[in-house]
Each structure stands twice: as C-alpha cells, then as structure tokens.
Write a protein that binds this ligand. Structure first.
Ligand code: 4AD
Length: 469
C-alpha cells in the first residue's frame, strides 16, 4: 500500500507554488500554479468572476479569472484564498499574465460590510491609523512596511560595507544617557505588592528602558574603530507631536580615532544618501505610491538632496538667521536657547529646503558626554544636528569628551561622578578621541516618504495615553 501511495503522489504533478510577484513576472504561459493571498477586489461579469489577489510580496495584485460556476462559498472582498489554475496571457496592457482558476479555496472568510476598508477606495493615513490591527491590509500601509523592511536592510548594508561592527546594546539599562529624565523604569509586574522582599528592586539598582545605546557603543569604541547599533529606544516624552514617539527605532554609530565633526557629518550624509538610493531602487512602486498620493513633490526634493552636498552652519549663525527673519516664532531665539521644531523647519527652508547640519551648540544645552570646544566666552560643545525638510531634527551627534579631568569635573558638577565611574575608567585605559550620532529611523522614513505623522511609519505606535495591542 505504501508503495502505491508514493507512486500516485509522484504521478500527480502538483501546481507550482508561486508568490504573486513571481507569477506576475513568469514567462511560463500555460504553467499550472497555486497562489495564496487576500482578495483585494472582486466583480462578476456575465459568466465570469474577476478577482485581484495580493499576497504582500509587492504592491501589485494578480488578476484571477474564474467561471462563476465554481460557486465558491464565502468568496468576498477581503477573504483569504488559495487558488490554483493556469497562467495565461492577459488581454490587459497593464499586466502580462493572469490566472485562469480551476480551484479556489476560501481559507478565511471576511464580512465586507464590517471590514473597515472599502473596495477600490483610497483611504487616508489618518483613517487607517484607527485600525492598527488591520491597516497592513491596505495598499498604503503594506507599501510602508515593505519600504521599512528594505530601509532596514539598506542601513545594515551601509554599515557593513563601511566596516562597522554591529553591537547589540541592551534594552534594559541603569543609565540615563541623555540626562533628560525621560525614563521608563523597569520592575517585574506586581513588585510593589510583595512587602516581604527587600525594597531594592529586581536589579538592586534602578533599571530603565534605554533612551540611547550610545554609552554602550562608547564601551565598544575602545576596542573597535567603528561600531553601530539599530534597535528600539524609549522616551517617556509626554508629547503628542507628529515627530515624537514613546518607542522608536534609533540607528546609532560610534567612530574612534576622530577629532572632527566633519568625520561624523560625512558618515551621516553618506548613510542618508546610500540608504535612500537603495530604497528608491529596491521598492520603486511602493515609494511612488507615497510620492504620488500622500506627498506630491517629495520625489523631486529628494532628488535634489541626493545630488547635492548638505550645508553646514554654526548654531550662532542659525540664531542670527532666525533673528533676522520676519517670522513670529512662538519660542525665543536668543543665543543659548534650544532650537525648536519651528526654528529647525525655518532654517531648512531658508537654506534651500536642503538637509542642513547645525554645529557647535551652547555647551550647557548638551549632555555631560559632549566635548567642550573651550571657546570662551561663547562656550560651545562639539555637537551637530542634521535637520531635514518636513521633519526638522533627524540626527543628533557629538564628539565625546575623552579628556579625563574635564569629564570628571562635568560629571561631578552634575552629581553623577559615582554612578559613572565605569565611564570615567574608559578614559583611563587606552582612551581615544571618538564621536558618534543617532538617527531616528521613523523620522528618516517620514523624510523620504513625505509622511507628516510619525505614527504612520511604524507598525504599532506607542505614545502617551496610547498602547493599543
Ligand atoms: O538627539 P538624540 O536625543 O541623541 C541621542 O540620543 C544620542 N545619544 C545619540 C548618539 O549620539 N548615539 O536622539 C537622536 C535622534 C534624534 O535626532 C531624532 O531623530 C530621534 O533620535 N528621536 C526620536 N524619534 C522619535 N521619537 C522620539 N521621542 C525621539 N527622540 C529622539
């Protein structure tokens, strides 16, 4: 019996399983194939049913033609299907082939009346944002997710090609790298209700979700000239803005044996350009959807950004530009004030709507690790922010204070000397001048796609008063 079964199995040639993109580019007319996906549109005409099936492999759907005699139960817009049939030449100009179905199986039914997305309608980002569990079924958000995935690989490739070592920095940490107090504390759930345990906490020290992997990268910069990390980062910012999240992804790089901001700016600019060129080349249709329907004009401005060198101005020049403008800014523009989003956007526009590096910020605005330029009385730190159109600040970086005594004095001034003994020790054992930067990955996607709200470029946005799913 066993032998007979095997023989039968071999004789019955099963259809070739293809992804929709593979089917669409196949040259094998007449091939018997099987696809799996979701019905994006359905209509009947005379004795025939016409479906479009998408499986997430690209923006395109495969047209399927079936006899209405197949009479498939539950076949509606939104349902999940497995379809076998023959690949034939399509009479339509837009696609080469279509699938003549011989067998359709509905794997998961979908009630199109309750389904929040309507057939052939282009829903806005704000509307689809209300359905975080379903929005990946729309063309726009599935395009975004493919772009996000490609951008991730493009960034990883950039660092690999430039000899950076990828370091997995921890998500749980005992430091507040930025010193801004925007920390989420970590404790096991229900900890407060167990009075019998000593009140030292799970880790014996206060522990937090990381606000930046920088300090851990600095440890590694003592053994590797170039390191980077790319992971989730957390800030308890009580902000409902269009460019802040409580959980976002940050790309951070640290470079040893450097004493110049130019080295950092070079890496930032090359990273931006190389990743963007890669994304444009690898998912042109997905990107085009955004440039055509979400933010017309973005492609043209992106092309200009990619062709030209990014400009550089000092913080002091930036303040002068703001003060000479006729704008009524809501926030002060005195020397010593932090640049706000409105200022950053104005500066970018003023400089030709091109990415712009602002360097040498007031020393007191920057965290303890920033290198002192020692340029009294206008006291600045070797810090750089990259500002980009539509977003404002995309990257923030500094040269790090590698001089032991200066660093000790600054930590002591902030009352942090004891907590950062290990950090001071890095400066005692083979310390080198080094620097690095962080780039907000969601802000990067906002910039290249022209998306206004940061919540529309991350699969599951977390922000104050919102942690759905
Ligand atoms: O300027 P930031 O705070 O720099 C640092 O954290 C440094 N320790 C990085 C380093 O030198 N290794 O943050 C870097 C970037 C910002 O320019 C911004 O793009 C992004 O991270 N960012 C946020 N993105 C979304 N939501 C938030 N709440 C963000 N906070 C910062």
């Amino acid at each position: 019996r066993a032998v007979v079964t095997v023989r039968r199995y071999c004789c019955q040639k099963s259809p070739q399983k293809l992804r929709v993109t593979e089917a669409l580019s196949s040259q094998e007319l007449g091939a018997n194939i099987k696809i799996k996906g979701w019905v994006r549109s359905i209509r009947s005409q005379k004795e025939l049913l016409f479906l479009h099936v998408n499986d997430g492999s690209s923006l395109q759907s495969l047209q399927v033609v079936a006899s209405s005699e197949l009479n498939v139960r539950g076949l509606t817009y939104g349902s999940a299907v497995e379809i076998s049939g023959d690949l034939v030449k399509s009479p339509h100009k837009k696609q080469n082939v279509e699938l003549q179905a011989t067998h359709i199986q509905v794997v998961g039914e979908c009630n199109p009346v309750d389904f929040p997305f309507k057939i052939k309608e282009r829903h806005g980002l704000e509307y689809i944002r209300q359905f975080p569990h379903l929005r990946c079924r729309t063309n726009t958000f599935s395009s975004l997710l493919r772009i996000r995935s490609e951008a991730t690989s493009a960034i990883q490739s950039f660092f690999k090609e430039n000899n950076f070592v990828h370091i997995h920095t921890p998500v749980i940490t005992s430091n507040d790298c930025e010193g801004a107090g925007e920390l989420f504390q970590v404790e096991p759930a229900g900890r407060e209700e167990s009075p019998d345990e000593e009140n030292t906490g799970f880790f014996d020290v206060p522990a937090f979700l990381t606000v930046s992997g920088q300090l851990h990268l600095e440890v590694m910069a003592g053994a590797f000239p170039r390191v980077y990390t790319f992971g989730p980062t957390f800030r308890a910012e009580n902000s409902q803005s269009r460019r802040h999240l409580a959980e976002f992804y940050m790309v951070e790089a640290e470079i040893s044996f450097t004493q110049s901001l130019e080295d950092l700016m070079m890496v930032m600019e090359n990273l931006f350009k190389s990743a963007t060129e890669c994304v444009l080349a690898r998912c042109p249709e997905d990107v085009e959807l955004f440039h055509k329907y979400v933010a017309p004009g973005t492609r043209e401005s992106l092309d200009v950004m990619l062709k030209n060198r990014f400009k550089v101005i000092t913080y002091t020049e930036a303040i002068d530009i703001l003060n000479c403008s006729s704008q009524n800014f809501a926030f002060k523009t005195e020397w010593g004030c932090d640049l706000q989003t409105e200022h950053e956007k104005y500066l970018v526009k003023h400089c030709g709507n091109m990415p712009l590096f602002v360097i040498n910020y007031p020393y007191d605005l920057k965290p303890f690790y920033a290198r002192d330029n020692e340029d009294q009385p206008c006291h600045t730190a070797a810090a750089v922010d990259l500002l980009v159109p539509g977003v404002g600040e995309l990257c923030g970086g500094t040269l790090r204070e590698e001089r032991l005594e200066l660093l000790r004095a600054r930590l002591a001034h902030a009352g942090l000397e004891d907590a950062y003994q290990w950090y001071l020790e890095l400066r005692k054992f083979g310390s080198v001048p080094h620097g690095g930067f962080g780039m907000g990955f969601e802000r990067y996607l906002q910039c290249i796609l022209g998306v206004e709200n940061i919540k529309d470029v991350i699969p599951f946005p977390r922000f104050s008063h919102s942690c759905v799913l």
